[in-house]
Design a protein around this ligand. Structure first.
Ligand code: GCU
Length: 324
């Protein structure tokens, strides 16, 4: 006999099994904003599959891509309320919920990808995932989101002065606004799901993101210049609602930590392949991909870095710079 316990709204559906006290089924809904071809979506599907295997089918993670369940900010709010079980967001919108996450929006905080992953897998990475717990969110793992660079409709960006007067779409985060301003652009926040239309209608002159997102969002159809200046390394994070988590059995909690960890490793391999593939694909579709002198951009961020001195994010920046 099926019984419905809707303790967490639509977040969980628990059906009682046949054997006394055993065999319950748990369904966890997961919403995110990326396309089904994106390497992060594919890693999430891998994670859901691992959860199914580990639990012998008793736990199902249902994945809803393309912002079907709401924007990243809306999804985070739903997690806090326990109305949605899981989400994957960029750390940028997350900084309005977990202020320390702003560190990833600080341009040229990391030397390169290895430095960034050393930090994510080290003490700081763990501290930041743990910091989410005080805000109703439990951080499970990071996914690689490479480096973000500028892309524009028809203005090539060779140096920061080329950004002057251009309206550049940024993520919903104060640090993203400050980053774009520091580099000379006029930042305009737009939801990721509305960005294609905003570019097409010339509401903004360009945006910034990693290559796999530029490719899978099809923004390359309207933006013909991509400048690999690599100003930030803003990772993606997989999260579960703290309200939902606290009601799961220790056994399920264990699976929900192992499967994300495994998927994160898998995703980094996938990322390397997809990053190369996206580069080749967009060039083949007529996008001019250039390698501007990064130091010209990095030279401009000193005042922004200094302005953080004495703040918790400034302290993280200091520790990150000290890591070798
Ligand atoms: C990346 C990230 C997304 C985010 C997007 C954005 O693609 O993976 O989570 O929504 O950037 O620019 O908003």
């Amino acid at each position: 006999v099926g019984m419905l316990i809707s303790t967490f709204g639509f977040a969980m559906l628990v059906r009682q099994g046949n054997a006394a006290g055993a065999g319950g089924r748990t369904v966890l809904k997961l919403g995110h904003g990326l396309d089904q071809n994106h390497p992060v979506h594919r890693a999430i599907v891998f994670m859901a599959e691992r959860v199914r295997e580990k639990s012998g089918g008793s736990v199902e993670v249902q994945v809803f891509p393309n912002g079907q369940l709401g924007s990243e900010t809306e999804s985070l709010e739903q997690l806090q309320r326990g109305a949605l079980a899981m989400t994957k967001t960029s750390t940028a919108p997350l900084e309005s919920f977990v202020p320390e996450m702003a560190i990833f929006g600080v341009p040229y905080a990391f030397r390169d990808a290895d430095h960034c992953w050393q930090v994510l897998h080290g003490e700081i990475g763990h501290e930041l995932l743990d910091a989410a717990s005080a805000h109703g969110l439990k951080g499970l793992c990071y996914y690689d989101a490479g480096a973000r660079s500028f892309y524009t409709l028809n203005t090539p960006i060779n140096e920061p002065k080329d950004l002057r007067g251009l309206k550049i779409r940024v993520q919903q985060s104060r640090t993203s606004m400050e980053m774009a301003q520091a580099l000379g652009a006029s930042p305009t926040p737009v939801d990721f799901g509305e960005l294609y239309t905003a570019l097409q209608s010339r509401m903004v002159d360009g945006a910034e993101n990693n290559l796999p997102s530029f490719f899978s969002s099809r923004h390359f159809e309207v933006c013909k210049h991509y400048a690999l200046n690599e100003h930030t390394r803003v990772p993606d994070v997989l999260l579960v609602s703290k309200k939902v988590w606290d009601r799961l059995s220790p056994e399920i909690q264990g699976w929900l930590q192992e499967a994300p960890d495994e998927s994160s490793e898998y995703q980094r391999e996938l990322w390397r392949e997809e990053d190369q593939l996206a580069l080749a694909e967009v060039q083949q579709k007529g996008v001019s991909v250039t390698h501007p002198d990064r130091s010209k951009f990095a030279d401009l961020v000193g005042p922004m870095h200094q302005s953080l001195t004495g703040t918790p994010v400034g302290e993280l920046l200091r520790r990150i710079k000290e890591e070798h």
